[in-house]
Design a protein around this ligand. Structure first.
Ligand code: SAM
Length: 289
């Protein structure tokens, strides 16, 4: 069994199976053992843990996960990678289950019920960058039992996830992520740690799930509609953003009244509001609706 995490063994496996990278699946395989060790450390994996890995590729990080976790569930969409994983790179491990599926179409709640008795799992992934946000938000919003999500993402996305009010990176993704989890930037990763090299910088971010959200709101759906509307037209005032939203149905006067009830001026911009201020606004709008 090849021990991966370096260019030589990675190339040998790719050649052995005649594997061709597929751009549509966002395939950039890790070839740096230091980065792999950092990810495992950041995720704080122990033998007590069941880990869900999204997109194992040729199984590089999966090998590290199998060494440190009790159990690993690896979900890979590319059928050409399945024989590499099951017959070769993961053949020496009896604590891994490889599933050939699109993670966005899987019932993860049911899978975790079957594999881990419904107890929270840790997600670890070097995510395909084109579907980072739907994967992470899908995990949170579906109420999949999770204790943490440690992921390699585009550096710019990691910055947005941990940004606060007033920063240029602050937006709907920052608020959505911080509603569910506490972000921690574990490492910056340059393009030369991957094969092929991506044309953007990457970062490992750990999202530790809150036991309960840091703010309480009467209507969570309304909160996120307001957040989306506030950042859809970033340069506009909050009054205009909320009035123009196709998801909300309030007049300019009503919105101005709601802001005033929250002690906010009519000229305020969404990018200056904290999560608590958005939650207060959602409750005022709910009560006034
Ligand atoms: N974990 C490997 C590594 O670090 O070397 C591969 C990471 S690569 C950036 C992303 C992986 O996710 C690829 O193997 C790709 O085929 C897989 N993938 C892409 N879309 C997926 C999806 N919707 N469901 C499951 N896997 C997916």
């Amino acid at each position: 069994m090849a021990v991966l995490g370096n260019p030589k063994e990675t190339i040998a496996i790719l050649n052995k199976y005649g594997f061709m990278f597929q751009k549509k699946f966002g395939q950039n395989f890790l070839i740096d053992s230091h980065v792999l060790e950092k990810i495992i450390r950041a995720a704080e994996i122990t033998k007590e843990d069941c880990v869900l890995e999204i997109g194992p590729g040729i199984g590089t990080m999966t090998q590290y996960l199998c060494e440190s976790a009790g159990k690993v569930i690896a979900v890979e969409v590319d059928k050409n990678l399945i024989p590499i994983l099951t017959e070769d790179t993961l053949a020496g491990y009896d604590n891994v289950r490889v599933i050939h599926a699109d993670v966005l179409k899987l019932d993860l709640k049911q899978l975790i019920q079957e594999e881990n008795g419904g107890r929270p799992v840790k997600v670890v992934a070097n995510l395909p960058y084109y579907i980072t946000t739907p994967i992470i938000m899908g995990l949170f919003e579906a109420g999949v039992p999770l204790s943490s999500v440690t992921v390699m993402v585009q550096k710019e996305v990691a910055d947005r996830m941990q940004a606060g009010p007033g920063s240029k990176d602050y937006g709907a993704l920052s608020l959505a992520v911080q509603y569910y989890a506490a972000p921690y930037l574990a490492a910056n990763v340059p393009p030369n740690c991957f094969m092929p090299r991506p044309n953007v910088g990457s970062a490992v971010i750990r999202l530790t799930l809150h036991e309960k959200p840091p703010v309480e709101v009467a209507d969570e759906r309304l909160l996120f509609q307001i957040i989306r509307a506030s950042f859809a037209q970033r340069r506009k005032t909050l009054v205009n953003g909320l009035t123009n939203s196709p998801e909300l149905n309030y007049s300019k006067e009503e919105i101005t009244g709601f802001l005033s009830a929250c002690g906010l001026p009519a000229t305020v911009r969404g990018e200056t509001l904290t999560l608590s201020e958005f939650a207060r606004l959602a409750d005022v709008m709910k009560a006034g609706a």
